[in-house]
Design a protein around this ligand. Structure first.
Ligand code: CUO
Length: 682
């Protein structure tokens, strides 16, 4: 802010905006004086600039304030794009704050927070402004509705200092009579859902080209969701569930039910549920401006399959077939299937992925006769809770895989790194046997006071959630370099070893289950190199503090986590890096490849230390994606001839190692990892 007006009263850092009279909506005009009086004990007052010309927000204001916002709905997206563009166009921070405040009370709250967050992430002058934590703004989206009355009771009756931390039960959405509930701890994890919300903020599918058209965004849409499915499948196998079945026949009953039990404070309702064996129907809902037939999805799917199988697609009004090339094909296909505004021909290839979300999210009330709102499948901050999310995305992923299977396998010469051999890899921890990772439960406390708007309260009310955690570990990698000193790219993955029938996977199936754990560059000396890398330095994860952030657990000033604290929030949660495993030790395989960095380097890929925590899944802010290889390399294609097993796939610069994940069913206090200076971030 350029000219804040400071109020000398108080010293607690509390803050208020002094809003121009003309900004009050009719609803609050009469109460204006009492609102100002109520908050005038704040120690800092910021006088909001009054804009001479107010923005036209008639479109976003037309969306009901009691409706759920969905990025998959075209109308909702247009509303969001209008707000985002207004916020991006504000000439200064002062103007930005002013129009943001003007819009705030005039549009749907979910729509507003989404638009504000996207704008903050994409304005050059707000890179250091923390985007609102969705978890603390809307805690009701992340935990059982039942705890909130308890929270209000604590806030109203119990003095600060004597308040109880409210326990959020792990098994609130279902019981183990539902087999799918075995992986509910994973689907309903706070960090997993926040990760998905943030990814879609960083990669909006609509808006200005400079906002949407990020480097390899279509490919990253494929890869990020492919990795989610791989991780989910491994989690299922750990829990003796089969890999997720893709949703192929849209007319079959959907056997998976889901009852979220989440409060919807915007609509003052509960989020709708889906009964087992529900059947998809054509959608016609005026209030959502949504008319959609099952056939629309089937037609789009057929056309996409023809494009994939022939390796060609068509541009609008152009009869010349265009070829998918190995370099850009997957990126074009990602935008086509999603479909983002970068789809090269939406009229022909439709809106498959988004419409899948749409049609599923209205399965309970397709023509609005019961005036029910969309279900959680329409909301990117909560849809990973629902088993149907994975069945739909497994289908979407199948299309991408089908395309990838048309590409020529990598030849050995594309995989090797001359004179470089990986001779030993392993996992080490302080207290567990070699190549064993320990998993257990851990608790995190979440401050509810902001989301519940305890305006008059001093102090917080905390909820305690239980989440999966693993003991921190180190990768030890020995590399023999018989050549001169060179830079290598170290790629670390892991995958299940056995299928549902306990048979060792063949490469062609296991390749879809390899989960990226880390990727970093390393200066290889001539001779023997012993690389030590901490699990917490992963290029796919977001530090723990960024998931459960609050002022109470802000990382120490100057630490790596502190630099990132204010920024993106995009990344797989660190506590979910590893699958749960089993109490007897789940057998899986660690894979390390050291590739020649000369082939991997990208000009213009800058690790700025802001938003670079999870570059594998989230890319880099204002920069190119930092790896020239296809995302998922070397597991994104079918193997070369005569390769049956992953062992046979290996070239000397790769190594495979059996490992186990051993789960202990109890809550363990946090374990700190010792720092190591042995590795270097790129
Ligand atoms: Cu992330 Cu379907 O793209 O939920």
């Amino acid at each position: 802010p350029t000219e804040p007006v400071f109020n000398s009263k108080g010293g607690d850092g509390s803050f208020q905006f002094l809003i121009p009279d003309s900004y009050y909506t009719d609803k609050y005009k009469e109460a204006q004086q009492s609102i100002v009086t109520k908050f005038n004990s704040a120690s800092i007052t910021y006088k909001v600039k009054e804009m001479k010309t107010l923005p036209d927000i008639s479109l976003p204001a037309s969306m009901s304030r009691k409706q759920n916002f969905s990025v998959f709905n075209d109308y909702h997206r247009q509303c969001a794009t209008t707000i985002i563009n207004i916020l991006l166009d504000a000439k200064s921070i002062e103007d930005f704050v002013s129009v943001a405040i003007y819009i705030h009370d005039r549009v749907n709250t979910y729509l507003y927070i989404y638009s504000l967050s996207v704008a903050l992430l994409h304005r050059k002058d707000t890179t250091s402004v923390p985007i609102p934590s969705h978890l603390t703004l809307f805690p009701e989206l992340y935990m059982d509705k039942a705890i909130f009355s308890q929270a209000r009771e604590e806030e109203n009756i119990v003095p600060v200092g004597s308040r109880n931390v409210i326990d959020v039960p792990q098994d609130f959405s279902a019981s183990h009579l539902d087999l799918e509930h075995r992986v509910a701890y994973w689907r309903e994890d706070v960090g997993v859902n926040l990760c998905h919300w943030h990814w879609h903020l960083v990669y909006p599918l609509d808006g200005r080209r400079e906002v949407v058209n990020k480097d390899r965004r279509g490919e990253l849409f494929y890869y990020m969701h492919e990795q989610i499915i791989a991780r989910y499948n491994m989690e299922r196998l750990c829990n003796r569930l089969p890999r997720v079945r893709r949703l192929v026949d849209l007319r079959d009953p959907i056997i998976e039910g889901y009852f979220p039990k989440l409060d919807n404070t915007v609509a003052n309702r509960m989020w709708p549920s889906r009964h087992p064996n529900s059947v998809l129907k054509n959608i016609n809902r005026e209030s959502d401006r949504l008319k959609l037939d099952i056939q629309d999805l089937e037609r789009a799917r057929e056309r996409l399959l023809v494009a994939i199988d022939t390796g060609t697609y068509y541009l609008p009004n152009n009869n010349t077939p265009q070829q998918f090339t190995a370099e850009t094909g997957i990126d074009i296909l990602g935008n086509l299937i999603e479909a983002s505004i970068l789809s090269v021909n939406r009229a022909q290839y439709g809106n498959l992925h988004n419409d899948g979300h749409n049609i599923i999210s209205f399965i309970h009330d397709p023509d609005n006769r019961y005036q029910e709102l969309s279900a959680i499948m329409g909301d990117t901050s909560i849809n990973m809770r629902d088993p149907i999310f994975y069945r739909w995305h497994a289908y979407i992923n199948y299309l991408f895989e089908r395309y990838k299977d048309t590409l020529p396998p990598y030849e050995e010469k594309q995989l090797v790194f001359d004179n470089v051999q990986v001779t030993k890899i392993g996992i080490k921890t302080d207290r567990y046997p070699e190549n064993e990772v320990a998993t257990f439960w851990q608790n995190a406390e979440i401050d509810l006071s902001r989301g519940l708007d305890f305006a008059d309260s001093k102090g917080s009310v905390f909820a305690k959630v239980t989440h999966l955690q693993h003991a921190p570990f180190q990768y030890n990698i020995t590399v023999e370099n018989k050549g001169s000193a060179r830079m290598g790219t170290v790629r670390i993955f892991y995958a299940p070893k056995y299928d549902e029938r306990n048979r060792a996977f063949l490469f062609r199936d296991q390749k879809s289950l390899f989960i990226e754990l880390d990727r970093f560059t390393y200066n290889l000396r001539s001779g023997t190199n012993n690389i030590v890398r901490n699990s917490s330095d992963s290029s796919v994860t977001l530090p723990y503090e960024l998931t459960f952030r609050s002022l109470a657990n802000k990382p120490a000033a100057g630490s790596r986590n502190d630099e990132a604290f204010n920024f993106c929030g995009c990344g797989w949660p660190q506590h979910m890096l590893m699958a749960k495993g089993t109490s007897s030790g789940y057998e899986c395989q660690l894979f390390v490849m050291v590739s020649n960095n000369q082939n991997d380097q990208v000009q213009g890929a800058n690790f700025s230390k802001t938003c670079d925590d999870a570059s594998s899944y989230c890319g880099l802010r204002d920069s190119k994606y930092p790896d020239k290889q296809a995302m998922g390399f070397p597991f994104d294609r079918l193997p070369r001839a005569n390769v049956q097993t992953t062992q046979q796939f290996l070239t000397p610069n790769m190594k495979l190692q059996d490992m186990v994940i051993r789960f202990t069913d109890r809550v363990v206090a946090p374990i700190q990892q010792r720092p190591t200076a042995a590795t270097k971030r790129p």
